[in-house]
Ligand binder design. Structure first.
Ligand code: CA
Ligand code: CA
Length: 325
């Protein structure tokens, strides 16, 4: 009897509960968002709320994303944020306009060539880092790899010499060829590259029996446009030796910033504003190439392609570097 009584109580409770549930079942309201149109800047967020439990989606995630109603501006443009209730029973929309805004850009990372570490190279925006690696079939193997990253202030270079190919460390010049104005219509000296557009050449040794700081002499091109000889004289004053030397900033006289030898690589920093003195310096991009020498002959060039019959020496155009700003 006790058991029957218990069952009766349970059934009664369930019935009451069921009835109560049925009675309290919410009526589905019409779905609404608290905002139907918003404008935010790139990087900014705005919270949308709905009166029902909804799923969120963006019509254009390249412009704006949404997560739990939190909308984030990704790039300039327009997108619709769509809230969906249930099995698409109801939807509501908020139009989002993303503006460039006046918020300052995210901090531009700089390379530190005094920290004894190359880890800062891993933290750079990848789209602004260019690199070249020596292919197996190259004619000259003295440089293994190079990376370049430039900001408004500096040209940063990370270069790895191939120590198997550099035998005599007593004097090892390393050259940086710069098409500083990003123009093939100016400059010359294309010997090491397919494009003769070098406006500035920086030269100094990177080894004097042991690794030493890159502390260059800077040669400014005064010669014929597209020329390939060693013409660092002013064409208006041919044979004027005083003028010739005026085109050169001597070794150590250019405060380049700094350089350091870390883990078999040279981390080099050139101060851009000191380089744009022959042709206007491009604020957007520039070309750059490198070679390393032994006994005044190149033993390594970057960038370089494979050494084939069609392309003897494996010469290719300089790297194109976009300035991160
Ligand atoms: Ca560093
Ligand atoms: Ca040029």
């Amino acid at each position: 009897m006790k058991a029957n009584k218990f069952m009766a109580v349970v059934l009664a409770a369930l019935t009451v509960g069921f009835v109560a549930c049925k009675k309290d079942e919410p009526q589905v309201d019409k779905l609404a968002l608290d905002k139907t149109e918003v404008s935010i800047a790139v990087g900014e967020t705005v919270q949308l709320t709905a009166n029902l439990e909804v799923a969120w989606a963006s019509s254009n995630e390249a412009v704006a994303t949404v997560e739990a109603g939190l909308v984030k501006g990704i790039a300039e443009g327009e997108a619709n944020i769509i809230a969906t209730y249930g099995n698409a029973d109801q939807t509501a929309m908020c139009k989002v306009t993303v503006t460039k805004g006046s918020t300052p850009p995210a901090e531009i990372p700089e390379i530190d060539v005094t920290d004894g570490s190359l880890a800062d190279w891993d933290a750079l925006p990848a789209e602004y880092v260019v690199s070249a690696v020596c292919p197996e079939g190259a004619a000259l193997l003295g440089l293994k790899s190079v990376k370049v990253y430039a900001t408004e202030m500096y040209i940063n270079i990370l270069v790895e010499p191939n120590m198997d190919d550099i035998q005599d460390l007593s004097w090892v010049p390393f050259h940086v060829y710069l098409d500083i104005d990003n123009s093939d219509e100016t400059g010359g000296y294309g010997d090491e590259f397919t494009d003769a557009n070098t406006d500035i050449l920086c030269e100094t040794a990177v080894f004097a029996d042991e690794p030493i700081a890159y502390n260059p002499a800077v040669f400014k091109w005064w010669g014929e446009v597209g020329g390939s000889g060693w013409e660092w004289t002013d064409p208006a004053n041919p044979g004027d030796e005083s003028n010739f030397w005026g085109a050169i900033i001597g070794e150590g006289q250019l405060p380049v910033g700094n350089s350091q030898y870390v883990d078999g690589k040279f981390e080099i920093q050139l101060l851009r504003e000191l380089l744009g003195t022959v042709h206007p310096m491009s604020e957007e991009a520039f070309g750059i190439g490198f070679d390393i020498q032994q006994n005044w002959s190149s033993v390594g060039i970057l960038p370089i392609g494979e050494d084939t019959e069609e392309n003897p020496g494996g010469h290719v155009a300089k790297l194109k570097v976009r300035i991160c700003k």
